[in-house]
Design a protein around this ligand. Structure first.
Ligand code: SF4
Length: 344
């Protein structure tokens, strides 16, 4: 019985779509002129990005700084104006909601920010910070703020008596626990974790990742976990999407991505992770990228990775589509066609 219930849960996790992003575009216009302003260009921060997030899973979104991953996370919560595309939450198109309707919807969708030093108001006590969303959403009659704050502090591994203290009295890891408690106070279903461990000491990072995993199990949460490093998302993600210059270049189940990365950019990110075994570390071949990430104001035509790709060839003048290469594995690279045509 327990086994079949577990199986049911796994199947549900694999099939029920909670968040659906369709051809999301976020372009920032560049204007010229003082009195009469004219748009002369646009920075394509996010360009035609599509993915689903299933209920109860963690989708890792990875890429270098400026690739558009945080902008994508903010756009899902409608905290960022979008240029085109759709965002669905439980089959409802969020882009069509009024600000008041979106405010109600946001009860189910929360965000944890990168820097716990700036995301907590230094003038408020921890109790006021955590209970603030209850006041904003008029939920104080449904939840006693004092009791809810104590319950959440305990849930994130902090002493409930800390409610009277101020953020400056805590370490970075404790502050991030407070930020997590604040995100949980309205009982959300979905949380965008925007590089939640990037500003923390390495020794604390694993604790916060473990806490997020435990909370996910206990509260049946769904995460979009944003990071700039593939080693960080490995332990928490079920699936991983890799972004480069505003586009998803590879998306796959975690194991398939680490065992068989197909896009040269994913291969380069993986080869930048040091191995714990010094012998293997010394003997392995590395793919080291040359040059900087091009400006999103003037990205290369065709494949936007071609200025740094060691395998670029003629076909790369045409933009590759994100195509399915096996179950749950998608990649945008012309090498896939070349390799399949070369094979006997
Ligand atoms: Fe490299 Fe071409 Fe593949 Fe782009 S399409 S990643 S340039 S091989």
């Amino acid at each position: 019985m327990a086994l079949s219930q577990n199986q049911e849960k796994v199947n549900q996790k694999a099939t029920e779509i909670l968040v659906k992003v369709e051809q999301l575009k976020i372009h920032f216009p560049i204007f010229q002129g003082f009195i009469i302003q004219k748009q002369i260009a646009a920075i394509k921060a996010v360009d035609n990005v599509s993915f689903n997030i299933h209920k109860g899973e963690t989708l890792g979104l990875v890429g270098e700084s400026g690739c558009g991953k945080s902008t994508t996370g903010r756009a899902i919560l409608q905290l960022q104006e979008i240029t085109g595309g759709k965002v669905y939450f439980q089959d409802q198109d969020l882009t069509q909601l009024s600000p008041a309707e979106m405010r109600d919807r946001r009860l189910q969708m929360q965000m944890i920010f990168q820097d716990p030093y700036t995301s907590l108001n230094p003038r408020l006590t921890v109790g006021q910070i955590i209970s603030e969303p209850l006041k904003v959403h008029n939920l104080t009659s449904q939840h006693n703020p004092t009791e809810r704050v104590s319950e959440l502090l305990e849930l994130v591994g902090l002493n409930p008596q800390f409610a009277q203290r101020y953020p400056h009295e805590f370490s970075g890891g404790q502050r991030q626990r407070i930020a997590i408690a604040r995100a949980l106070v309205v009982n959300p279903d979905f949380i965008v974790c925007d590089e939640p461990i990037a500003a923390l000491d390495v020794s604390i990072q694993a604790q916060i990742v473990n806490l997020l995993q435990d909370l996910q199990q206990e509260l049946n949460l769904t995460y979009l976990f944003i990071a700039h490093d593939l080693s960080v998302v490995r332990h928490i993600s079920d699936r991983i999407a890799v972004m480069y210059l505003g586009k998803i270049v590879e998306m796959s189940d975690r194991n398939a991505l680490y065992k068989n990365p197909l896009h040269p950019y994913t291969q380069a990110l993986l080869s930048a992770i040091p191995l714990p075994d010094p012998d293997r570390e010394k003997s392995r071949s590395r793919l080291i990228l040359q040059g900087d990430v091009p400006s999103p104001l003037n990205p290369p035509s065709g494949c936007n990775f071609q200025t740094r790709c060691p395998y670029a060839f003629e076909a790369c003048q045409i933009e590759p589509e994100l195509r399915q290469v096996s179950e749950n594995h998608f990649v945008a690279c012309h090498l896939i066609d070349r390799e399949s045509s070369d094979s006997p």
